[in-house]
Design a protein around this ligand. Structure first.
Ligand SMILES: [Zn+2]
Length: 423
């Protein structure tokens, strides 16, 4: 029985420079790691065969809840939290394209109150749309360059720049799809052709120019094209503060896998790309050019998917997906820690409450005692019944991931995802 005041786990701890047997202790009152040291044969939970990671963070999700309550039929901060815990995710950052978008201090604070019911910590993006201004508070921002889901978008590069000019020095994430290319492609036959790769490549060039011109800390969301990666590498090389996300769906699926049966379910923005793009993204993630696995978790009901809603729910499978990258593509545990925990932790660090210590992303004293314990040997067959998202489906249904999440630890509180103690 775990000590109420302290949680101690022993096993293979994943650090930035390798994996080592060890013990980690978390103070239940502060939620912070107090001690990391050698094993002594006393663990509060069985981590045999597992890898103990710093807590995973998903810095691009859509939990759907806002003060309007209009979309809580498909997700809310409670069910989103359950899906995150199930997927081994300990902190999330939620997007602002809600019916009542958080674009000012009052609306941001009102939405933030709703996050109190979430067990996983939620950081909120504020929206940037035509005519908006920066908040008084220090927050991360999201700009939709062209139309996607919701009303928060621009219709031209000029309109976007006019607004971005007010956000000098801010932390801004960009959805890179050029609105004019989307407009001129809208009569094409398929979703993939209506949102072509050149829309992202063109928008990337403009986003990087804005990041440089307005001294932004920039992030490119859900990156999908191999060709665009060259621009990002060049920008990083010349010292721009820019990072880049990739989703599990762009790493796992490509257009060669689309069938009449799955085409509607696998519709998202940006869309799936060619196999060569997918393989380029995997290598860019491994090499460090891409910084984060971020899901773009987008819960829509199956009825909405049947009539063309874009986006797929992915929080439930975040941890299992990491085991696929290790088994299928040879990612090391340190690679996974970097893109799933350390870099996401670094992204949110400056936006966390004052009592969160050093924040997320490392197993070291002073950091938060939030951990993701993966069992690489016990497969997870994805079923509709197993997922916790309120929309109740997964694009991975029928697929068997090679490994699974055993425990998710949230600031010293152990969540037994695999239910191993329920024998
Ligand atoms: Zn998104």
């Amino acid at each position: 029985m775990p000590d109420a005041e302290r949680l101690r786990l022993e096993g293979r701890l994943v650090h930035g420079d390798g994996v080592a047997e060890g013990a980690v202790e978390i103070d239940g009152a502060t939620g912070l790691i107090t001690h990391v040291g050698p094993t002594e044969g006393r663990s509060d939970a069985d981590c045999s065969g597992c890898l103990i990671f710093p807590g995973f963070g998903d810095i691009h999700i859509h939990a759907r809840e806002d003060v309007s309550g209009k979309q809580v039929y498909k997700e809310d901060f409670t069910t989103n939290s359950a899906a995150a815990v199930h997927g081994g995710v300990t902190q999330v950052v939620d997007m602002p394209n809600n019916p009542t978008a958080p674009v000012d201090d009052a609306r941001y604070a009102a939405k933030e109150q709703l996050t109190a019911k979430s067990d996983v910590h939620v950081t909120l993006y504020a929206g940037i749309g035509p005519g908006t201004h920066p908040l008084q508070r220090h927050v991360p921002y999201k700009a939709y360059m062209g139309p996607s889901v919701g009303d928060l978008f621009f219709t031209s590069q000029a309109q976007l720049e006019e607004t971005i000019a007010r956000y000098r020095g801010c932390n801004v994430s960009f959805h890179c799809e050029d609105p004019e290319i989307l407009e001129s492609s809208r009569h094409e036959a398929t979703h993939e052709e209506r949102r072509p790769a050149r829309a992202e490549i063109t928008a990337t060039k403009f986003a990087l120019e804005l990041i440089e011109r307005y001294d932004l800390t920039g992030k490119l969301c859900h990156y999908s094209t191999g060709e665009g990666l060259q621009q990002i590498m060049a920008a990083k090389d010349r010292g721009l503060r820019v990072t880049c996300e990739v989703t599990p769906h762009h790493l796992f699926f490509d257009t060669s896998m689309l069938t009449e049966a799955n085409r509607m379910l696998l519709q998202m923005n940006p869309p799936l790309r060619a196999r060569a793009d997918r393989l380029a993204l995997i290598e860019a993630l491994r090499s460090g050019l891409i910084d984060y696995i971020a899901t773009d978790h987008a819960p829509h009901t199956l009825e909405e998917k049947a009539v063309g809603a874009s986006g797929v729910p992915l929080l439930d499978t975040y941890g299992a997906f990491a085991t696929w990258l290790m088994a299928e593509h040879g990612f090391t545990p340190q690679d996974i820690a970097r893109v799933c925990a350390t870099n996401p932790g670094q992204f949110v660090r400056e936006f966390l409450p004052g009592d969160f210590g050093e924040g997320y992303g490392r197993i070291q004293p002073g950091y938060l005692g939030s951990l993701t314990v993966l069992d690489p040997q016990t497969p997870y067959p994805v079923t509709r019944e197993s997922v916790k998202t309120k929309c109740r489906w997964s694009p991975f249904e029928g697929f068997v991931f090679p490994g699974s999440v055993r425990y998710t630890v949230l600031r010293g509180k152990l969540h037994d995802v695999a239910n191993r103690n329920r024998s």
